[in-house]
Design a protein around this ligand. Structure first.
Ligand code: CA
Length: 228
């Protein structure tokens, strides 16, 4: 079955360029040219990935992203933002809003496809899949974690945290974002609860004596980095 990509882009020539190249790369492509349709199509089609322009009629890209991330049925869909702007502030705003990647126009189609593939690889989730990072292996079916072949016991929250990190390796998450992704919107937990669970996860996962794979990024948050 082909993976489905939703392209939300109002510039006709870029939309055509994306559609053509993604189809050539073997993806099923759904296109639309404004934010409102884009949001609706995302909910309707549950695409494997969304390419989302920043400046869009009716609903801006950042607003579409916000709404996607607020819905439980769309929050896990990876989003790559497209923009003509190259300013760092926008980039950070996009990533902070939960975008998985960011491409500045004009872009090379080959590079864009490579990045699409990379995101889809990170997000592909068969139910019997295993996630690996460095010498760590997380089995989603048996809920077991191995490090260097040694079994590691994790509580349910630490398991979910590690799963989230391993699906998005290298990416820095703020406490807020971790609360949203791991605990969900409807649960009230204090920020420092995140630190407590990170500490437990770190202790357990590093108990075999391997290098620390949880990176603390000062005043930003945490990331999983197995490539020390
Ligand atoms: Ca645009």
């Amino acid at each position: 079955m082909k993976q489905k990509i939703l392209v939300i882009e109002d510039e006709q020539d870029i939309q055509t360029l994306l559609e053509y190249n993604l189809q050539q790369a073997g993806y099923e492509v759904v296109v639309c040219e404004n934010g409102e349709d884009g949001l609706w199509l995302a909910i309707e089609h549950k695409p494997d990935l969304i390419l989302l322009d920043w400046m869009l009629p009716l609903l801006s890209g950042i607003e579409v992203l916000r709404q996607l991330r607020n819905r439980t049925d769309t929050r896990e869909i990876p989003v790559m933002m497209l923009t003509a702007r190259g300013e760092e502030g926008d980039r950070l705003r996009g990533l902070d809003g939960g975008a998985d990647d960011y491409v500045t126009k004009p872009f090379s189609p080959a590079e864009l496809i490579a990045r699409v593939r990379a995101i889809l690889r990170r997000h592909s989730r068969g139910y019997d899949a295993k996630l690996t990072g460095g010498d760590i292996e997380l089995d989603l079916q048996t809920k077991r974690v191995l490090r260097g072949g040694i079994s590691i016991h994790l509580g349910p929250t630490e398991f979910k945290l590690l799963e989230h990190f391993m699906r998005n390796q290298g990416r820095v998450y703020s406490r807020d974002q971790l609360l949203d992704s791991v605990w969900g919107d409807n649960v009230y937990v204090e920020m420092r609860t995140v630190d407590v669970h990170i500490r437990r996860l770190r202790k357990a996962i590093n108990s075999t004596g391997g290098p620390d794979v949880i990176r603390t990024v000062r005043s930003m948050g945490y990331a999983f980095d197995a490539k020390a």
